[in-house]
Design a protein around this ligand. Structure first.
Ligand SMILES: *[C@@H]1O[C@H](CO)[C@@H](O)[C@H](O)[C@H]1NC(C)=O
Ligand SMILES: *[C@@H]1O[C@H](CO)[C@@H](O)[C@H](O)[C@H]1NC(C)=O
Ligand SMILES: *[C@@H]1O[C@H](CO)[C@@H](O)[C@H](O)[C@H]1NC(C)=O
Ligand SMILES: *[C@@H]1O[C@H](CO)[C@@H](O)[C@H](O)[C@H]1NC(C)=O
Ligand SMILES: *[C@@H]1O[C@H](CO)[C@@H](O)[C@H](O)[C@H]1NC(C)=O
Length: 229
């Protein structure tokens, strides 16, 4: 009975349900078609590298309709003129390109079609390598629409330590404050101690006599016990 009752509206399809289904379907198709192919150079699309080091210039692609003969290309923007770095064609998902053309020195393709990865390594970077790299993709499955993402490489002589000065300033401020606090506490304690001593002097006789009495009793008591044992 329950199953029948549940089944009926689905099979019949009330107008509101049909509208909802259509809306969902359009939404899903819309999302897929808008982002048929996406190129990404990561969440942090820039890198600062020391000259002479080797860096990874990353790029990945994603496509929810699948790829066929995906053409990809890496370009380097040299004063406004785009220089080809590398390009190739990935026949389909999970199939490595038969050959990756490399047009620049010290470039090594390290991508993997299994991981949708079309990154490359740039060996022994020079100051001339600094600039904007464009990762470009074109999937014939979607009317050769162009997609791209950019990655910026900065080349420096040595890695800057920007935050250090601020850290030192904060540390010295905190340290100074703690030192001041300790000095203040010590001074306060010392003052109280001196005041207490001065006050003590007035009752000196009473305090000292009772104190000596107590210790003598204690000492004699403890001395006698070992002798007995
Ligand atoms: C980086 O550049 C500086 C300045 O040109 C140079 O002195 C240094 O040797 C270079 N480092 C490397 C690893 O090439
Ligand atoms: C790029 O521009 C700079 C300054 O504008 C110039 O010194 C350099 O030679 C140019 N490089 C190329 C490859 O044209
Ligand atoms: C990078 O530099 C090292 C040391 O100078 C050299 O042995 C190596 O062949 C260079 N690699 C490339 C790809 O140029
Ligand atoms: C792409 O492949 C390279 C080399 O295997 C790897 O270092 C890098 O982490 C990969 N990037 C992504 C986003 O998977
Ligand atoms: C797509 O890229 C190709 C090759 O770089 C270029 O000729 C074409 O104008 C681009 N089309 C669009 C719509 O950007």
């Amino acid at each position: 009975m329950d199953a029948q009752n549940r089944g009926r509206p689905r099979g019949g399809g009330t107008p509101s349900e049909i509208t909802l289904s259509c809306f969902l379907l359009i939404l899903i198709i819309g999302v897929c078609c808008v982002h048929a192919l996406e190129m990404s150079t990561g969440k942090v699309p820039f890198l600062e590298a020391v000259n002479g080091s080797t860096v990874l210039i990353p790029c990945t692609y994603a496509s929810c309709i699948g790829i066929k003969d995906l053409y990809f290309k890496w370009e380097f923007n040299d004063n406004g003129t785009m220089q080809k770095v590398a390009d190739s064609v990935i026949p389909m998902d999970n199939v490595e390109p038969s050959k990756v053309n490399v047009y620049r020195e010290r470039v090594e393709y390290v991508g993997s079609s299994k991981r949708n990865n079309i990154s490359f390594l740039l060996w022994n970077v020079t100051f001339e390598d600094a600039g904007v790299y464009t990762c470009f993709g074109k999937n014939p499955k979607e009317k050769d629409k162009n997609h791209s993402a950019i990655f910026t490489l900065y080349v420096v002589e040595e890695l800057r330590v920007v935050d250090n000065t601020l850290t030192i300033i904060i540390a010295s401020c905190v340290g100074g404050f703690i030192a001041f606090l300790m000095a203040f506490m010590l001074l306060k304690n010392f003052t109280l101690f001196v005041l207490a001593k001065l006050e003590e002097k007035n009752k000196e006789c009473l305090v000292t006599s009772s104190g000596i009495d107590n210790t003598e009793n204690g000492l004699s008591g403890s001395k006698t016990t070992p002798k007995k044992a």
